[in-house]
Design a protein around this ligand. Structure first.
Ligand code: PAF
Length: 299
């Protein structure tokens, strides 16, 4: 699916070595695109890597399963780590530098700093995963400091994460352009995610109801329904037809603030989180289909 390039990829695990290499790149005035990941790479990551390779001289991908963003009852130990195939995936797409530090490198015993984007981190996913976005913001801030990219690439699937990172870069005056790219879906509509492998066969079959519910919302809105309560109620009705689907939330929010809206307008985000057994799936659509984070956060 993706174009193939032949060049040598540097695989780096030490922060010191990474910083030396980045210094050389900066000396040559080359632009850097950065794709942070936790590995278990799929075509969603592929689209971010491809965009970075196209738009920058050098592409850095990080693979680090960040313990700070997992709650005590979450899947840190179980999280897939297919490092060999991730390496091949990155090579094939033409990544220049693959950074995969150990947890000890990233968080030595003396590590005491955290980055918190207040307000935006406490709602939606943050309500169900306390501390998650503090972990995300902290690791991304640290990676940004080490890599100093010109552009960093995030998927719309983790919309709240992208909004928080965008807020963080603006608040801390980090000279980095955040690019948010569309969700890549399986042929039946399920949003690609490294966690989809946890689904049983029947859960996987039933999970398509999420995309169906988002599609229904889009249809209702396109035919003039702008009442958020009514749209959400129809989505809930549809998802509830699947016994094993347990809804954590379905909401329509204003994308600067993530505050719920009652009247749906273009640019609003319709997001949902639904559990299938112990696997939580999230998905979203932007009303009017325009993801314009950078413009939104000029203020
Ligand atoms: O989206 C992810 O995979 C992670 O949250 C990120 C951005 C790599 C930080 O660990």
């Amino acid at each position: 699916m993706f174009k193939q390039k032949r060049k040598t990829m540097k695989v780096i695990s030490s922060i010191g070595r990474l910083q030396q290499v980045i210094k050389q790149i900066k000396k040559k005035n080359l632009s850097i695109g950065f794709v942070p990941t936790m590995g278990a790479l799929h075509n969603g990551h592929g689209s971010l890597i491809n965009a970075s390779c196209k738009e920058n001289d050098i592409t850095v991908v990080s693979i680090f399963v960040n313990p700070l963003q997992f709650g005590p009852k979450e899947d840190l130990k179980q999280y897939p780590r297919p490092f060999k195939s991730d390496l091949a995936f990155c090579r094939k797409l033409g990544v220049d530098i693959l950074f995969h530090p150990s947890a000890e490198q990233m968080y030595p015993e003396s590590f005491s700093t955290s980055v918190e984007v207040k307000g935006l981190s406490d709602v939606l996913e943050g309500k169900f995963r306390p501390g998650h976005f503090r972990g995300v913001a902290t690791v991304v801030a640290k990676l940004f400091c080490m890599i100093m990219p010109d552009k960093a690439y995030f998927g719309q699937k983790d919309a709240q994460q992208a909004i928080i990172i965008e807020r963080m870069t603006k608040d801390l005056a980090m000279p980095i352009k955040i690019k948010v790219l569309p969700i890549i879906r399986e042929p039946d509509g399920l949003a690609m995610s490294s966690r989809n492998i946890y689904l049983s066969k029947s859960q996987r079959q039933n999970s398509v109801v999420l995309y169906k519910a988002l599609t229904l919302a889009r249809q209702l809105i396109n035919s003039g329904q702008r009442d958020a309560v009514k749209v959400i109620s129809r989505m809930k009705q549809l998802i509830k037809t699947v016994d094993e689907a347990k809804i954590d939330y379905i909401t329509v929010v204003e994308p600067y603030s993530l505050k719920p809206v009652s009247k749906i307008t273009n640019g609003c985000l319709i997001c949902l989180a639904v559990r299938f057994g112990s696997t939580r799936l999230i998905d979203n659509i932007v009303v009017g289909d325009s993801w314009k984070l950078t413009e939104r956060f000029k203020k």
